[in-house]
Design a protein around this ligand. Structure first.
Ligand code: IPE
Ligand code: IPE
Ligand code: MG
Length: 245
């Protein structure tokens, strides 16, 4: 806890986003099937979310399933889609209760998900919508290409309906049509497992984020590693195009 108090002294990132990568490699290294990596990865998400809440992070976005992940073998996709049900109680106990005022929301396409997954997502959103301390934004069937294409379509439709003038379209207009319209920009983006790419994650939202890459596989990314990432963020100088004071 002492370490935790230390990071609280400096400005915390408001919005942290994590690309949860490396479940498969974590499992392989242990001689386990990939599904076990996903299982441990999902339960780690619960622990890290609670830790982020205790530290005082306001928004945590996590990349759980991309629009490209449907290309994986059917068996793996089915396992991933079954995980919310398997972990339902654990997640409900963690977020849908009075001890943790965490609001859960989901970003991504909703038309391709199995019905039971969608129902579970919607009930978590509904039951936690009054929580104000922290937002957990879970990106499922999420991809920035889709998000930005969809936003463009909606804005064009508004122009067509004479609800908005082309001259009045600005950054705010675009922001208002994203899944993340209510969220502040990402301050710190973390990707586990050594890859250094965005894989179609929050392209607009990370425009001025600080990036942090770690070799740790997601199921092995614990409180200690989270603190390291935040400390590293706190050592950076953010200039937003201006000059250092
Ligand atoms: C991340 O772990 C979880 C998802 C993409 C669903 P991976 O499954 O990508 O694990 P690696 O990258 O193969 O190790
Ligand atoms: C990105 O990880 C998607 C998620 C973490 C959900 P991937 O493992 O799918 O990304 P690539 O294929 O290595 O770029
Ligand atoms: Mg991966």
């Amino acid at each position: 806890m002492r370490k935790q108090q230390k990071i609280m002294k400096k400005a915390l990132p408001k919005h942290v986003a994590i690309i949860l990568d490396g479940n498969g490699r974590w499992a392989k290294r242990r001689g386990l099937p990939r599904s076990m990596g996903h299982y441990h990865g999902a339960s780690n998400l619960k622990n890290i979310t609670i830790f982020a809440y205790e530290v005082g992070i306001q928004v945590l976005s996590v990349y759980a399933f991309s629009t490209e992940n449907w290309a994986r073998p059917q068996e793996e996709v089915e396992y991933l889609m079954g995980l919310p049900k398997t972990l339902e109680q654990q997640f409900k106990d963690a977020f849908d209760n009075k001890d943790y005022a965490i609001r859960v929301m989901f970003s991504g396409r909703r038309d391709r998900l199995p019905k039971d997954v969608l129902e579970l997502m919607e009930s978590l959103e509904e039951n936690t919508k009054h929580h104000t301390q922290m937002i957990l934004n879970v990106c499922v069937d999420y991809g920035s290409y889709t998000e930005l294409t969809e936003a463009t379509r909606q804005i064009c439709q508004q122009v067509k309906n004479h609800e908005i003038e082309i001259e009045n379209i600005d950054e705010h207009t675009i922001q208002q049509h994203l899944y993340t319209k209510e969220l502040p920009p990402v301050d710190l983006l973390i990707r586990t497992s050594g890859e250094q790419r965005l894989s179609n994650f929050l392209l607009w939202q990370v425009a001025y984020a600080e990036f942090y890459f770690t070799k740790k596989h997601w199921p092995a990314f614990k409180e200690k590693q989270f603190i390291q990432a935040i400390k590293n963020y706190q050592s950076r100088q953010r200039k937003f195009g201006g000059l250092k004071e």
